[in-house]
Design a protein. Sequence first.
Length: 128
Amino acid sequence: MTETLPPLEQLTLRMIAMPRDTNPGGDIFGGWLISLMDLAGGTVAIHHSNGRVVLAAIDRMSFLRPVFVGDEVSCYAHIIKTGTTSMQVSVEAWVRRPKDGDTHKVTEGHFTFVAIDDVRKPRKFQKH
Ligand SMILES: CC(C)(COP(=O)(O)OP(=O)(O)OC[C@H]1O[C@@H](n2cnc3c(N)ncnc32)[C@H](O)[C@@H]1OP(=O)(O)O)[C@@H](O)C(=O)NCCC(=O)NCCS
């Protein structure tokens, strides 16, 4: 079943897709979307672990629909699994099209962050 509504309580980041974020074909770069998702997931991981994190892996990344200039892009993120020093964060990006206000899920992926200390070694964090 197609999802038509995003999970509002997990809203982490919102941006407008700009002309500078396009490829030569005029569509928004996938890499730009991944960087937004990285920021959104990283924000959740920083809050969860109370400190610095690095991105270790991206799994199950899917691009479901295109993003166009002027679309409002919202990232929704929540923790799905925690280990000793790592956290797996589910991140979805949704767009709201300015012309008609329609909303669509455009990407989804699982981002693994590792909490690190001052010398970049994996750091244990308290489980919430
Ligand atoms: C991520 C990093 C800190 C892991 O360091 P490491 O010494 O290999 O750590 P370990 O093998 O002890 O693993 C630490 C944790 O990370 C997890 N992990 C490490 N690599 C992983 C991977 N590729 N995918 C999923 N989890 C991973 C381990 O499962 C472990 O989790 P746990 O403590 O919850 O059980 C290190 O590889 C690193 O600094 N990578 C570069 C990160 C970076 O620069 N990111 C930005 C990229 S643009």
